[in-house]
Design a protein around this ligand. Structure first.
Ligand SMILES: [Zn+2]
Ligand SMILES: [Zn+2]
Length: 171
């Protein structure tokens, strides 16, 4: 799937991808995605890439551990330059000042890597299956979205302090 830079014509090309990738390095390509990438050479070996990526990766809710499907529809725009332009320190600084500049090694690029990277940055760091997911009871493990287990509220910090105060007032 890698593309040789030399094979990219001056007028550029548009790639339409519709396949599966191993988004979370689990050993199976289980995340289906569609992507349209327009690749245009701007100067010697520098490519301008614009596109849109859509997928519905399966994420695990960080509070209740439920696996849910998260919809991603994202646009990307990057400039890809050969790593060798990072020659001298002075050039390095120059290039680093350019926004959205990325680098590739060797004489080919892997469009799937761009898709993967774009999907990973579009996924929340702390995924929640619902914005107000109540999570699991820290005492008994019950899914609090489904039922209230009635465990002592002291296990929740803010309520703990409050109920301790209430107990104190009762005395
Ligand atoms: Zn949840
Ligand atoms: Zn409980």
């Amino acid at each position: 799937m890698a593309m040789k830079i030399n094979d990219i014509q001056p007028e550029g090309l548009t790639l339409e991808l519709n396949q599966k990738i191993d988004l979370f390095e689990r050993g199976t390509a289980s995340t289906a995605f569609t992507a349209i990438l327009t690749i245009r050479p701007t100067s010697a070996e520098v490519l301008h890439i614009k596109g849109r990526v859509q997928a519905d990766p399966e994420l695990e809710c960080s509070r209740c551990l439920k696996v849910f499907s998260y919809h991603v529809d994202t646009e990307l725009e990057i400039t890809l330059a050969p790593e060798k332009v990072l020659g001298t320190a002075a050039e390095h600084e120059l290039v680093r000042s350019e926004l959205d500049m990325e680098f590739y090694q060797g004489d080919e690029i892997e469009p799937l890597d761009l898709v993967k990277e774009q999907l990973l940055i579009s996924i929340p760091m702390v995924p929640l299956h619902l914005p107000d997911c109540k999570g699991l009871c820290p005492v008994c493990g019950t899914d609090l979205n489904e039922m209230d287990c009635g465990c002592a509220k002291e296990s929740h910090g803010e309520f703990g302090a409050f109920s301790a105060l209430k107990d104190l007032l009762k005395k």
